[in-house]
Design a protein around this ligand. Structure first.
Ligand SMILES: [Ca+2]
Ligand SMILES: [Ca+2]
Length: 319
């Protein structure tokens, strides 16, 4: 609290001087019993004012307490005691921005959200809130450290920022950090294997090969199918199916799968195994035509003739 000079001696001197000059210069009416008022400024200066009961002080500092005083003076220069009051001028405008937030840290990361925390900013008056930024764009205001950035995309890196604000609208610089959301769940199947070809065939086996599939994450392997039934898996781009029957046509298929279990559609190719040889799978049938290649007239191998050879007639062989 600034104090005005309580000493009134100089005031008296001033009044004495006025009394000698006011007729010529100040033209203060010389009326018996008239009261003048002395205003004691906090700076220590004093001022004589004419009769009145109010005075406006100017040139004071904002946000500062003052003691203001007034004393009465009569025409004879007699000065009263001083009455005082205290007053504080209006607070100074806040032109200082809060400190920049520090200690930014991302936590509780999910596929779609990241929680950003930070240390509170400080301000000459008071921090009233924070502005939140996502990739440089303000998306929200927040009252206290700790904000959840939501609605994010999985497997994506974001720049997250925060700036402090005070009641006068002063804004700190923006502090930023980067954070990546959790990896996306894989729901996309690999591409269908292409360029499926039959690269080898035997009486009981067939080998197929194809061009590698692609995937949004990675192809783990391939499932091989025989007539629609899975026969096995491989990480390679070829597969040999065994245990087939000779002289038989099969539908061979292959489909790619990823680590999440997503499987592509099948690519298929028709494959005929090699013709059966004697003693092979066709041994159950006996050719009766002289050439041994008649495919329309056959007899079951275990058919027992109903008559001994000596009793047979040609017609016995027709059925
Ligand atoms: Ca401030
Ligand atoms: Ca995938």
């Amino acid at each position: 609290m600034k104090q005005f000079d309580p000493e009134l001696c100089s005031l008296i001197d001033e009044v004495d001087a006025l009394r000698h000059t006011r007729d010529d210069t100040w033209q203060i009416p010389r009326v018996e019993g008239e009261m003048l008022y002395q205003i004691a400024l906090s700076s220590g200066a004093k001022k004589i004012v004419e009769v009145g009961t109010s005075y406006g002080f100017s040139g004071l500092s904002c946000g500062t307490g003052y003691t203001l005083g007034v004393a009465a003076v009569d025409a004879a220069g007699n000065v009263s005691g001083t009455a005082t009051t205290t007053v504080t001028t209006v607070a100074c405008p806040d032109t200082s921005a809060p400190s920049v937030p520090t200690g930014l840290a991302a936590s509780l990361v999910t596929q779609t959200a990241v929680t950003l925390s930070w240390s509170p900013s400080i301000d000459n008056v008071g921090v009233t809130g924070y502005r939140m930024f996502q990739n440089g764009t303000q998306i929200a205001t927040w009252l206290a450290p700790g904000y959840i950035f939501g609605g994010l995309s999985c497997g994506t890196t974001y720049t997250l920022g925060v700036a402090a604000v005070d009641g006068a609208g002063n804004v700190s610089a923006t502090a930023s950090t980067t954070a990546a959301t959790a990896a996306c769940g894989d729901t996309a199947a690999p591409s269908v294997p292409s360029a499926l070809t039959l690269t080898g065939v035997g009486q009981t086996s067939a080998t197929i090969a194809w061009s590698a599939s692609t995937d949004n994450v990675a192809v783990t392997g391939y499932r091989a199918f025989v007539n629609g039934t899975q026969a096995g898996t491989t990480a390679a781009t070829s597969y040999t199916v065994n245990g087939l029957a000779c002289g038989t046509t099969y539908s061979l298929g292959v489909a790619a799968f990823d680590a999440a279990g997503n499987t592509s559609s099948q690519a298929t190719i028709s494959a005929a195994t090699a013709t059966c040889s004697g003693g092979g799978a066709g041994a159950a049938n006996v050719f009766v035509a002289p050439s041994g290649s008649d495919t329309t007239i056959v007899r079951e191998a275990n058919a027992v003739p109903s008559k001994p050879p000596s009793a047979r007639t040609p017609s016995d062989c027709d059925t």
